[in-house]
Design a protein around this ligand. Structure first.
Ligand code: TYD
Length: 142
């Protein structure tokens, strides 16, 4: 069977350094995160019915972590789709480049931390789903 890009989207579990004072989770680039972290942003205050993301990136890989609250991430490679639950602060999802992603079902307290392998470049975002499908299907077999 042909390997799907969706198989490269995976949950990462980070060690919890907990003691009686609480928890501490460390994520280091090239160790816990499979790239050097060049950019960090976070998303909060999104209503439950909002869908964020709705794009793919030519060059950027991401790890998303719900450091508070919960959300869902739907990944799509133009052929296959899969939904991941982000529901614990020590769990992240790794997203390779060129995967289409929707983030949704945000809890009221959701804070979604996003670690990125590249600096922001609006030009490397694919924001039109039909264009994305065309890119992915032309890339088939490459
Ligand atoms: P957007 O990509 O639409 O967010 P999401 O992935 O959650 O759907 O970004 C929202 C706005 O923020 C948009 O105007 C672009 C800007 N932005 C930056 O300037 N730098 C960044 O690193 C990111 C992720 C977004």
């Amino acid at each position: 069977m042909v390997k799907s890009m969706i198989d490269d989207c995976r949950l990462l579990e980070f060690p919890q350094n907990g003691d009686e004072r609480g928890h501490l989770v460390v994520v280091e680039g090239m160790k816990d995160i499979p790239f050097e972290i060049k950019r960090v942003f976070y998303i909060y205050g999104s209503d439950k019915d909002v869908i964020r993301g709705r794009h793919a990136n030519y060059n950027t890989e991401f790890v998303l972590i719900n450091v508070a609250g919960t959300s869902k991430v739907k990944v799509d490679d133009g052929t296959n789709q899969k939904v991941f639950d982000l529901d614990r602060p020590h769990i992240g999802i790794y997203l390779p480049k060129l995967v289409w992603k929707d983030m949704y079902d945000f809890s009221e307290d959701s804070v979604l931390l996003c670690l990125a392998s590249e600096h922001y470049d609006a030009g490397e975002y694919i924001r039109d789903y039909d264009s994305y499908l065309a890119i992915m299907h032309n890339n088939k077999g490459v």
